[in-house]
Write a new protein. Structure first.
Length: 75
């Protein structure tokens, strides 16, 4: 398999994983709202934490770029 096709597959897989992170963040957030309304606070806070980490996972490449810029400015 040539390198262009491998790169295409790699980019598609990154895109699929990013959408999965966004979907997970939305589902966790909606479930957390539902549990918060039922006064199940501990589980709702845990799901909001999971939602936040999924959202940050979806933005992992942008966060990496920001960190690299900060590192280069710091040097």
């Amino acid at each position: 398999m040539n390198s262009e096709i491998k790169m295409l597959y790699r980019n598609i897989s990154k895109l699929i994983v990013t959408f999965a992170f966004f979907y997970s963040a939305i589902i966790c957030h909606l479930k957390a709202i539902e549990l918060y309304e039922k006064r199940e606070l501990l589980l709702s806070y845990f799901l909001w934490f999971c939602s936040l980490t999924s959202f940050l996972g979806a933005l992992r490449f942008q966060i990496a770029k920001i960190v690299e810029k900060l590192k280069s400015l710091n040097k």
